[in-house]
Design a protein around this ligand. Sequence first.
Ligand SMILES: *Cc1c(COP(=O)(O)O)cnc(C)c1O
Length: 409
Amino acid sequence: MNRDEAIALDLADPLQVLRSRFSLPAELIYLDGNSLGALPVGVAERVSEVIQAQWGRDLIASWNKHHWMDASARVGDRIAPLVGAEAGEVIVGDSTSINLYKLLCAAVRMRPDRSVIVTEQGNFPSDSYMVASVAEQFGLTVRLVDPHGNDPTVFGDDVAVVCLSHANYRTGALYDLPAVTSAVHDCGALMLWDLAHTAGVMPIDLSANGVDFAVGCGYKFLNGGPGAPSFSYVARHLQCEVHQPLTGWLGHVAPFAMSDTFVPADSIARLVVGTPSVLSLVALEAALDAFDGVSMADLRAKSVALGELMIERVGERLRGHGVTLVSPAESVRRASHVSLLHSNGYEIVQALIAQRVVGDYREPGLMRFGFAPLYTRYVEVFDAIELLADVLETGVWREPQFAVRASVT
Ligand SMILES: *Cc1c(COP(=O)(O)O)cnc(C)c1O
């Protein structure tokens, strides 16, 4: 493909108008929406209005008057259709790490006669660490699946819960969510999916696949802003069986009764711990307007096409530069980012950022490029690989400033 053909793809793209729902710096190719989604138009105004007109004027009355207290459930109901859940099955609050802890504990308590938690080798650190911590706390053992082997026989009848990331954060490799969920249920275990890298870029059908639990990230493809609260999903029929360990006052059935003993809410609200981060919830709620009228199938189709374009250009332009594709080449097995391996990946990503192409770096040696089909253009993917080829051909990445490690990579 040449550059004109990439431009033609943008012109023919039915989703191209959605780019105007975002405020992106000119001349920047942003391929990191899988790490921090771009700022949607209107978010700043909504947050500012809540600060000035609600907090500033109505002060504490805003909890009722402006429905601050309902924000966790209300934003959950906005996310629900994006992940194939029903109203009342998703709630927003806390970080993904904390929500993993709550749901892992709840799951092992629901299978008291089972002794194993399954997760995958190389899962995202919080997922692995929380699994280890919960296993230690409950005296269970951890069994690791090989994400490449995907062998369902490890799901024996001693397994309480299986916790996997729908897409691997390093490689973008996707699990077959329906097949794995069904294998997990066949052995009587519960399934907890981490949707951090898939919510907001592809159709996900939690209800139809009978998924028990899920968590997902507010600041990646949902564009809720830095540190946006995470969402949790609990299938409705399990909600009254869930006993999560962080029993704060706002998970109580009647918080303002100020009772001495904890009685959980009879809904997903029992996952709430303490006072919601209202400003962050408002930002996420406003950001979700960017999905109005958008079909997840269309987003997925564009995300796949962007990924295929990148892989084609990598094959064409980067040969002989020591770069290898570590993401699955087959689109059905890949989420919405492509990772390339190079032993100097860190320096190369920094040199590319200096050329105003933003990807990110993950150990070991991975250069990661994400496609946010709401705003990423085909020509940007084309240009990004041209610039990456330049960086490799000129060797500019060897300049010492690119080797300086910042705390966030
Ligand atoms: C981004 C990400 C998280 C983030 O967790 P935080 O608690 O928000 O820092 C968790 N799990 C996976 C798989 C992720 O990709």
